[in-house]
Write a protein that binds this ligand. Structure first.
Ligand code: MN3
Length: 198
């Protein structure tokens, strides 16, 4: 059975950029619902229990049809959010260092150019979805709770949730304001550790 991971910091730790109200709702309600629904689906298929979330999401086509969409949506939600909490930190913001910074500059010309491109793509996601930085330095977007993992594009180094539930309480419908604020809490340390893990 999958478990809701604890936040690695207090609900109010990301203020004023992201409020305690949002963090509590987003983690305790939204993420918990993904975990509960995923577990509910797997209860009907004991043979799948014990598989990692990465293994389930990277091979959706092999899953029984009756739970495939639930694993895609709620399993995707669990995987994405488990990472999302770690992609933010009260000590975040600023710029990456070392090899990660070099790779970004090599691809985008400057760190600011990368931020601008990522922001443009995040702003442009229609409806609910995510924007990602991949190990090959591509920026991708996905709808709903889809992950690049599902399309064989590997695990993302960095991701941003642009569902309205991620920002509506603080920023109403102003997604660009949320994205601007989010850069102040990005944990480049965690992004860098994921890059070196691969
Ligand atoms: Mn979310």
């Amino acid at each position: 059975m999958f478990k809701l991971p604890d936040l690695p910091y207090a609900y109010d730790a990301l203020g004023p950029h992201i409020s305690a109200d949002i963090m509590e709702l987003h983690h305790d309600k939204h993420h918990r619902t993904y975990v509960d629904k995923l577990n509910g689906a797997l209860e009907q298929h004991p043979e799948l229990q014990g598989r990692s979330i990465e293994s389930l999401l990277s091979d959706l086509a092999s899953l029984p049809e009756d739970i495939r969409e639930i694993v895609r949506d709620d399993g995707g939600g669990h995987y994405n959010h488990s990472l999302f909490w770690q992609w933010m930190s009260p000590n975040g913001g600023g710029e990456p260092e070392g090899e990660l910074k070099e790779k970004i500059i090599q691809r985008y010309g400057s760190f600011q150019a990368f931020v601008d491109e990522f922001t443009t793509q995040a702003t442009g996601v229609f409806g609910s979805g995510w924007v990602w930085l991949q190990p090959n330095m591509d920026i991708l977007t996905t709808p709903n709770q889809d992950s690049p993992l599902m399309s064989g594009q590997g695990e993302p180094l960095l991701g941003l949730d642009v569902w309205e539930h991620a920002y509506y309480l603080d920023y109403k419908n102003q997604r660009p304001e949320y994205i601007k604020a989010w850069w102040n809490v990005v944990s480049w340390d965690f992004v860098s550790r994921r890059m070196h893990k691969q």
